[in-house]
Design a protein around this ligand. Sequence first.
Ligand SMILES: Cc1ncc(COP(=O)(O)O)c(C=O)c1O
Length: 365
Amino acid sequence: MSNQVLSSINKGIAELHPYQPGRPIDEVVAEYNPAKVVKLASNENPLGPSPKAKEALTSLGESLHLYPDGDAKELKQRIAKLENVSTNQVVIGNGSNEILELAARAFLNKDTSALMSKHAFAVYKIISQACGSRIIEVPMIDWKHDLKSFKDHINDDTRIVFVANPNNPTGTFNSHKDFTNMMLNIPSSTLVVLDLAYFEYVEAEDYIKINELLDEFDNILITKTFSKIQGLASLRIGYGIASMELCNILNKIRQPFNANFLAQIAVIKAIDDHEHIKKSRELNSSERCRLQESLESLGMECIESQGNFIAFKGSFNADEMFLSLMKEGVIVRPIGLYDMPDFLRVTIGKPEENDYFINHLSKLL
Ligand SMILES: Cc1ncc(COP(=O)(O)O)c(C=O)c1O
């Protein structure tokens, strides 16, 4: 029997490829039963969650019957202080993905277009297409956003430009100067969503200066997350920083209790866990370098990354190599859906995890 209601879904949704998360460890164990599993597939923090956040969660069971603070006031205050903005310039999301989606819902519909790079983070396309919006994809140059040419691709109906910096899955970054020039050359009526999920891992000197951008431009929404360097991906907290007026709009369409109680408490603690952040950044920095060298010594071509992952390719079929590695207990990510069918993306793990991956990769070559 054909389901008539499906003919009424928004245009664009039928053609969508759903987001493909990394394979969960339990699933890989159940299917292949390898001696050991190393998950390097979802850009998670190999050092685990902030110990301060973990400690805060132990005694909270008694309050689970209460709704969380729907406005997440304390959390917003802490983030505002961290980012040197006012509290009403912060919107809390159920992961930064929710902030991206709120922006899409506020600005996009079937009469609009959304602009992004080819090989940009997959969620931009999914949420834009789900709103019925047309997608404009700009080719990258050397796996980097070609920000200079964005102005030439923008249309009268373009309502959002999405930029991940660094971008996932390429790991490449764009300088503050190049980003500012792009902002100066596009209409101020177009919202630019600047996704800084991997902000803390960047070591390049000419990187984004958030407060300068917020002072200079009203048409910018910056997103950040606690899923990466703070290691709290499962709690789902991200945030947006923008003008007070734009935050008010996004708050109007946000679900009232989108940030749960446990997550709010843990994230507040994680903000102050400077030691965990420092350790995580240092580990990523040294291991990113070491892993890239090891990959290159095996003949792989790596894309220079500023994130906590590396996209690489070799003389193998990437989907087959992904499966072979998984059978050995190493979970990486194939990125064919990003139009990079020859590449795999590996998250930077702890030294022993990276060694395990490299050993198995070299055996399989
Ligand atoms: C570029 C980028 N933005 C946003 C996200 C979403 O992060 P979250 O919703 O966990 O905050 C990710 C997750 O991998 C990402 O890679």
